[in-house]
Design a binder for this molecule. Structure first.
Ligand code: MG
Length: 363
């Protein structure tokens, strides 16, 4: 039997790689719907090739896709908050989720996980770190802590001064992963890792002091868990997003799929690990602090950071201003505990407006 799948964000980085996986596993999947953001031409090409039941461009139509119970699984691979509402709809229709969208858990992790539990829906993470942890966990009650790896981004070996004067091109030159621009800047500041600890907290239900981050420049160990008896289980593999994408959409089965070559320890030869430098990457501490505050604190963190990153990409502010602006917004934010979805969207909107004002003052 073919697994019926829809992809939200089929024209993006994760979406296009997911279609490469599906092309290899043609006899395993039937595509119900493809939804793209802006790229009309690419979506049309994808539709011609994969013949989905329907396609949609932009936000309209996502609700229809996510309430179509014919879907066995929906890959939520769009970026930004537009992923949130369709994910809810899919959960309420009992459809499993392969989750690549960060905002869903960072903004509304408590509600999303509670709804998933209520409707018996599985949320399989696509992000390489969470996918790694998902693969390592056998019995979650016996796990002591989660260890999330971070490549360290392009500024790992650079000084704080170099980082302060970094250009957009330098920030976008990620040494290991080929991703969208927003997430690549987040990887340079380690905010991406900050958002990932918040996601991990929600996905696996661990307190923040049981979630460690370790810098691992080779990006071979994708993350690990430590059991109560001291045993550490890590998931290891070449840094290719095809692997976690395929894992998430074929779970619990595994297929050869797009695997290009067999893993060789001797070719890798060495693996390095070091503590993250919280002084050089203060965003990581900010993310821990906001995560611990809970409620809308992480909504504020996410919205302020995203607007600041856009301003950096537009050449309006410097790289370090992203942190300064985000920190200021977080300091001033009055946290709402147990927010409703409407409150979450209201906070998101307000913080974005205020952040844009603050960016204006920085120029
Ligand atoms: Mg990641």
């Amino acid at each position: 039997m073919k697994r019926k799948i829809s992809i939200i964000g089929s024209t993006g980085s994760i979406g296009t790689q997911a279609l490469e996986v599906i092309e290899k596993l043609q006899d395993k999947f039937e595509i119900i719907a493809l939804a793209g953001g802006h790229n009309k031409e690419l979506l049309a090409k994808q539709a011609e090739k994969f013949k989905p039941k329907y396609t949609c461009l932009g936000e309209e139509g996502l609700e229809k896709i996510c309430s179509d119970k014919e879907n066995d699984i929906i890959l939520v691979a769009c970026s930004g908050k537009i992923g949130l509402k369709p994910t809810f709809t899919a959960i309420r229709n009992g459809i499993d989720i392969a989750l690549a969208n960060k905002e869903t858990l960072v903004m509304a992790g408590d509600i999303v996980m509670a709804e998933a539990k209520k409707y018996g829906v599985q949320i399989i993470p696509v992000d390489s770190e969470h996918c790694a942890i998902h693969q390592c966990i056998k019995d979650i009650n016996q796990v002591e802590k989660l260890i999330i790896t971070a490549s360290g981004g392009p500024f790992l070996k650079k000084s704080i001064e170099d980082m302060k004067n970094a250009t957009v091109e330098q920030a976008l030159a990620h040494p290991r992963w080929n991703m969208g621009k927003k997430i690549t800047v987040d990887s340079a500041t380690l905010m991406n890792k900050g958002l990932e600890i918040i996601e991990a907290h929600h996905l696996f239900g661990f307190d923040y002091d049981k979630i460690d981050v370790v810098i691992h420049p080779q990006s071979i160990v994708h993350s690990a868990i430590e059991y109560k008896d001291g045993s550490v289980i890590a998931q290891i593999g070449l840094p290719s997003m095809h692997i976690p994408i395929q894992y998430a959409i074929t779970y619990p089965e595994r297929f050869e799929g797009i695997k290009s070559k067999s893993f060789s320890f001797s070719e890798i030869a060495r693996l390095d690990f070091e503590k993250p430098d919280f002084e050089k990457f203060p965003t990581l501490k900010l993310a821990y602090d906001m995560g611990k505050l809970g409620g809308t604190a992480t909504v504020c963190l996410n919205a302020a950071n995203e607007e600041a990153v856009f301003a950096f990409l537009d050449g309006k502010i410097k790289l370090y201003d992203i942190y300064k602006i985000t920190k200021k917004m977080c300091d001033e934010h009055k946290v709402i505990q147990n927010p409703t979805i409407d409150e979450i969207f209201a906070v998101d909107k307000e913080v974005r407006q205020l952040t844009k004002c603050l960016v204006g003052q920085h120029q």
